[in-house]
Design a protein around this ligand. Structure first.
Ligand SMILES: Cc1cc2nc3c(=O)[nH]c(=O)nc-3n(C[C@H](O)[C@H](O)[C@H](O)COP(=O)(O)O)c2cc1C
Ligand code: SF4
Length: 436
């Protein structure tokens, strides 16, 4: 492991007073777009190989190897599209926004490199609907990039002109799921698609499409600049490179920080966030769909193996939410499940019904009307949503299941002490759990 300082955040000063939006000229003055020029001098296949060799895994949540995904594009099938996932709606996640707030050109350079490597003719930056400021920043940065020949030109050595657009989402979490995103991009309701076909074969407008997260693409200029071995020298064997961590909740200095993958959560919090505010109790490692780390898991290593090692779903977006011992975990879980119930697109019965029922049960428990049976029932409903592959179309349902099951498994007493009675005398249970 060798992290010697910020990579993705190297142009963004720590001190908020000194931060400013980097324009094209600022970016170029600090070495920006040199990697693209270098890429243009290389065969496209060599860039794909470099990205495969670097071990770069997707930063959007699933951690899929980026270069490998690119190799899934069918040969000689054109036009090809790139959809940049800037939906960033997972609660606790704000790293992509931070990057584009100050350094939008690093994303555009990453898009241009991915575009050249994969012979893309159109790139769409699908941006979360609420990100008005960020959309404006990117639109202005794009104009600068066009004016300087980054887009709107043929990829060197081809007849393919590469255009790039900002496409604003309409404010639904499910549009961050890659095929929900594609539907929304096509102007339809953001309903995830049944796979196969995978987007690399039939994606946007039924054409081969790569979908990558903002941070994933922002890594590319640095991989081109320093090479695969350098990238791999950071992190762990299965989780290479630097990583942005968005830390919120009960810490003294919440914010976006960068270190290498595999850093212990305790180190991240102590080194960058001024420690926990109060006494540490629990944390969510990477957005609320990943589940919860227990009190004895403060030292958990934040990398792509976290799921297997610490009984959570995964690293997700590395949006870490820290909770101290004053946190009501039952209310916290109720809020998380309310989010999933609201955001479920409703196509799959286990997800539509399951999230709604879990929300009703948790609301009932918070209101003091929970019964002893509710504990097992919550686990059972969760299981029906996430246990068998193919039960639902996308990962939202399993995310809700992991949130519920890990809260209940790791903090059973918090729930059980709210479930003292079998029935509450004189009270008719309301399915919605009354006034919460
Ligand atoms: C419900 C749901 C929401 C998601 N939201 C996002 C998101 O906001 N941003 C993102 O990059 N990936 C999101 N993903 C993951 C994407 O489906 C996809 O894996 C990712 O964009 C691929 O990019 P990457 O390989 O560069 O990580 C979401 C997945 C699910 C199941
Ligand atoms: S799992 Fe849920 S959110 Fe995903 S497609 Fe099915 S109903 Fe929609």
């Amino acid at each position: 492991m060798a992290f010697s300082g910020p990579v993705l955040l190297k142009r963004i000063p720590n001190d908020p007073q000194q931060r400013k939006l980097l324009r094209y000229a600022d970016y170029v003055a600090t070495g920006g777009y040199a990697s693209l020029k270098k890429a243009w001098g290389m065969p496209a296949e060599d860039i794909i190989k470099l990205v495969v060799d670097s071990g770069l895994r997707g930063r959007g949540g699933a951690g899929f190897p980026c270069g490998t995904k690119w190799t899934f594009l069918p040969k000689e099938s054109f036009p090809r599209y790139l959809a940049v996932n800037f939906d960033e709606s997972e609660p606790g996640t704000f790293k992509d926004r931070y990057l584009s707030d100050y350094d939008p050109h690093v994303l555009l350079e990453g898009i241009a490199i991915a575009g050249y490597a994969n012979k893309i003719s159109t790139s769409y930056i699908y941006i979360r609907g609420e990100y008005h400021k960020q959309a404006k920043i990117l639109e202005e940065a794009l104009l600068e990039a066009y004016a300087n020949g980054i887009f709107g030109q043929k990829h060197p050595g081809t007849d393919i002109v590469h255009n790039c657009y900002v496409h604003r989402g309409a404010g639904a979490y499910i549009c961050g799921e890659e095929t929900g995103l594609l539907e929304s991009l096509e102007g339809k309701r953001g309903w995830p698609r049944i796979k196969p076909p995978f987007p690399a074969v039939a994606g946007a407008f039924a054409k081969p499409t790569i979908i990558n997260n903002v941070e994933t693409l922002a890594c590319l200029p640095y991989i081109l600049e320093h090479g695969a071995a350098w990238f791999k020298s950071m992190g762990t064997p299965s989780s290479a490179g630097p990583k942005l961590f968005g830390v919120s909740g009960h810490v003294n200095r919440p914010g976006v920080y960068e270190d290498e993958l595999g850093i212990k959560m305790s180190t991240l919090i102590d080194k960058y966030c001024g420690g926990v505010k109060g006494k540490y109790r629990a944390a969510i490692p990477g957005g609320v769909s990943m589940g919860i780390l227990g009190t004895d898991q403060f030292d958990a290593q934040l990398d792509f193996d976290i799921g297997r090692k610490y009984n959570v779903l995964g690293l997700g977006t590395a949006g870490v939410i820290v909770m101290n011992d004053q946190t009501d975990l039952v209310v916290m879980l109720r809020n998380i499940v309310r989010f999933f119930a609201h955001e479920s697109c409703g196509q799959c019965t286990p997800c539509r019904e399951g999230t709604a029922w879990m929300h009703k049960m948790l609301s009932r428990i918070v209101a003091g009307y929970g019964t002893a049976k509710d504990f097992d029932l919550l686990l059972e409903v969760g299981l029906s949503m996430g246990s068998m592959p193919g039960t639902t179309i996308c990962g939202l349902a399993d995310g809700a299941n992991w949130a519920v099951k890990t809260f209940l498994q790791k903090f059973p007493e918090d729930f059980k002490k709210r479930l003292k009675r079998d029935v509450v005398p004189g009270v008719t249970l309301t399915p919605a759990g009354a006034a919460v």
